[in-house]
Design a protein. Structure first.
Length: 237
């Protein structure tokens, strides 16, 4: 039931099912990965909790009103409340499952791209040259499930010092990742290798492979190996 409904909805919304295009990076360095299936377990718990909190007061109130009525009135009233609660829960679960299916993370040796959402598709790209902070967030239920969120923050100029505009911070979240600390450490290694190589947002010009350029090539090879290692960490179960 879910798959036909999802396919129909995505066609109506003209939402892409395939992973997003890779951001800037060296050929062969692109890795596409998804959130852990345990994120669905977390979403199911959240849906059940919200449904319980939302419907419990209505159920108790209706039961109190109908307490003095005929048995068939009580049964009908409670049946209506139960039907609404089931419909409410199924709708929220559909949205949570669709959010999981539409969530993609794409990493290269130079940048990271996050796509999420179906009705409103949000796609964010983070160039390693602009990343300021990488952290891990984990709540109590996340710890029980063995997942966490890896948060990436960047800062960009707001028009130059002459306009005296503040820096604008952008944040991306790799939600529901297993081995979050290892993923964070791998990304930090990529950032360091990227900056040590002296790379910018532009494509490197052709140079003679001597001296510093040989060192840069060696650093790029290390970056490539770290991207492969990051994929292994993320896919480990």
């Amino acid at each position: 039931m879910y798959e036909p409904t999802r396919s129909l909805l995505l066609r109506v919304l003209a939402a892409p099912e395939a992973p997003p295009e890779a951001p800037a990076g060296s050929p062969g360095s692109t890795r596409v990965f998804r959130a852990s299936r345990k994120l669905l377990t977390l979403r199911a718990l959240q849906v059940a909790l919200v449904g319980l909190i939302t419907m419990l007061p209505e159920t108790l109130g209706l039961a109190a009103v109908l307490a003095g009525g005929h048995p068939w009135q009580v049964a009908l009233g409670l049946g209506i409340v139960l039907a609404v609660a089931v419909a409410f829960t199924l709708a929220h679960w559909f949205v949570a499952r669709l959010d999981y299916d539409m969530r993609y993370y794409v990493v290269t040796d130079r940048s990271l791209r996050i796509r999420e959402g179906a009705l409103v598709i949000r796609e964010s790209t983070f160039t390693f040259a602009n990343v300021q902070n990488v952290s891990v967030a984990q709540g109590p239920i996340d710890r029980l499930l063995g997942i966490s969120d890896v948060r990436i923050e960047t800062a960009g100029g707001g028009g130059g010092p002459e306009k005296q505009q503040p820096f604008v911070s952008h944040r991306g979240v790799l939600a529901g990742i297993e081995n979050g600390e290892e993923v964070r450490d791998r990304i930090l290694v990529l950032l360091k290798a990227y900056r040590d190589a002296g790379l910018g947002d532009h494509e490197p010009a052709a140079t003679t492979t001597t001296g510093a350029s040989r060192a840069a090539l060696e650093t790029l090879r290390e970056v490539r190996d770290e991207v492969r290692g990051l994929r292994g960490v993320i896919e480990a179960r």
